[in-house]
Design a protein around this ligand. Structure first.
Ligand SMILES: NC(=O)C1=CN([C@@H]2O[C@H](COP(=O)(O)OP(=O)(O)OC[C@H]3O[C@@H](n4cnc5c(N)ncnc54)[C@H](O)[C@@H]3O)[C@@H](O)[C@H]2O)C=CC1
Ligand SMILES: O=C(O)CCC(=O)C(=O)O
Length: 437
């Protein structure tokens, strides 16, 4: 008989990599804290607990790139497969100077939980390269992408592991990945990657999908609190793919977007920011809002503490921490980013009665339309934008309702309800497939 859950499990030696990122805001430790909480509620048996804590496979690769200067630079690349029991593994690739293994491990596990929540038949994976794309030329980024893909050729595949965009990667990067993979396997294989340009097998609506899911999650949360979009003010942190589209779509629903931000800082206008103008400005200025004159400047820290109805952190991890959570005034937080709230901050937000729609639900729109893209590529038959959006909205709303039901059943914050639901689904699949055989 399976032994019951106990917390004092040590991670298998293979996965105890040396990493300097062991402070309290380590995303993997934060993910595990929530996992432990949910596992305890579920009375998950100890074997499954140990298995689901671990990454299934970790690939670390050196990526040599000839820079424009002629010098050879070597970058560290990662691809972590957390779990594949529900299907091929799926997850984005991020390029950033501070990408590290624990971050990629956390992001991969979040993909497993996210796919389970919205009912997408994929497992979880994530990739990253430690680099600073803001200092690199398009040619250098292309060579980096192609070499990383070639190094991981045996990992990727439409039935194995399917990458997608994440921070600082985009449709162009996905097109290079598709091309490199296809050259090596001697056939065009569009389903090996999602989030690619529509003209080479991408899906209508994928670029907007994560922001759209943030919008539908926000509307669902507003309904729970009896708020109407037309009466609500919103602050959005991060103005990239997720944040800018979420702001635009929430504006279209009638919300007043009083603040937006990016790495250059925050921008506030009590009467509402003209989001179309902000997007046009950012696109014309190297994806930066620096100098945008439709608003007064504030700091990112001030944005998080604004007196708004909805706060949507759509930038990156560890933004709402034990140090600033008490200052948050929003009634609802909708996490467009992965891991924007630390585990320590969760407790403070919960005590304040703030409804937090967690990342693994709120930003699942991206992977949902990635799934649609993969299905279309495999069928060779492409859907209209209307069909994509209707199906996405339906899956996001039913994901929200299912998580909300778990939350009510266990009387816990929505994040824990989401983990409970996801872990239960993945654990059931493992049992059915015979993990104990
Ligand atoms: N692109 C996608 O489909 C999905 C993205 N996500 C998550 O959403 C988040 C954002 O991703 P994308 O929009 O794709 O990235 P992006 O690279 O398009 O945009 C990131 C934005 O955040 C800003 N930013 C970075 N650091 C910041 C900081 N410290 N303070 C304020 N702003 C900062 C950047 O200036 C930029 O505006 C990430 O956590 C990512 O993992 C989650 C699901 C899917
Ligand atoms: O679209 C995908 O496959 C994955 C998107 C992603 O990386 C995420 O949801 O964090």
């Amino acid at each position: 008989m399976a032994t019951p859950f106990k917390r004092d499990v040590t991670t298998p030696a293979l996965y105890q990599e040396p990493t300097p990122h062991v402070d309290k805001d380590n995303p993997f430790q934060d993910m595990m804290e929530r996992f432990d909480y949910a596992a305890e509620l579920l009375e998950l048996d100890n074997g499954l607990y140990k298995y689901l804590r671990s990454s299934s496979r970790i690939h670390i690769t050196s990526v040599p790139v000839v820079m424009d200067s002629g010098d050879l630079e070597v970058f560290q690349g990662y691809r972590v497969i957390h779990n594949e029991v529900l299907g091929p593994s799926k997850g984005g690739i991020r390029f950033a100077p501070d990408v590290h293994l624990d971050e990629v491990k956390a992001l991969a596990a979040w993909m497993t939980w996210k796919c389970a929540i919205v009912g997408v038949p994929f497992g979880g994976a994530k990739g990253g390269i430690t680099c600073d794309p803001s200092t690199m030329s398009p040619g250098e980024i292309e060579r980096l992408t192609r070499r990383y893909t070639a190094n991981l050729l045996d990992v990727f595949g439409p039935d194995k592991d399917i990458p997608a965009p994440d921070m600082n990667t985009n449709e162009q990067v996905m097109a290079w990945l598709l091309d490199t993979y296809s050259m090596h396997v001697r056939r065009t294989e569009p389903a090996v990657v999602t989030g690619k340009p529509i003209s080479i097998g991408g899906s209508q609506g994928r670029r907007e999908a994560t922001g759209r899911g943030v919008m539908t999650s926000t509307l669902s949360a507003m309904e729970k609190l009896g708020l109407r979009p037309g009466q609500c003010t919103v602050a959005v942190q991060g103005f990239g793919n997720v944040g800018s589209i979420a702001a635009q779509l929430l504006r279209e629903q009638g919300c007043t977007i009083v603040a937006v931000s990016d790495v250059s800082g925050g921008y506030y206008n009590a009467n509402g920011i003209d989001i179309d103008a902000a997007i046009a400005y950012s696109e014309a200025h190297g994806r930066s809002l620096a100098g945008f004159d439709g608003a007064e400047t504030i700091t990112n820290e001030e944005l998080l503490a604004l007196d708004v109805d909805v706060l949507a952190p759509c930038a990156r991890e560890n933004q709402i921490t034990s140090k600033n959570a008490a200052d948050v005034q929003a009634k609802i937080i909708v996490e467009g980013a992965n891991g924007p709230t630390t585990a320590n901050a969760d407790e403070i937000l919960s005590d304040k009665g703030i409804l937090v729609v967690p990342d693994i639900l709120a930003n699942a729109g991206g992977v949902t339309v990635s799934y649609f893209e993969w299905v279309q590529d495999r069928q060779g038959y492409f859907w209209s934008l209307d069909r994509v959006n209707r199906r996405l909205d339906r899956m996001m709303r039913s994901g929200f309702d299912a998580v909300y039901a778990e939350t009510t059943k266990y009387d816990v914050p929505m994040r824990i309800g989401a983990y409970v639901m996801a872990i239960e689904k993945v654990a059931n699949a493992l049992r059915l497939r015979g993990i104990y055989a």
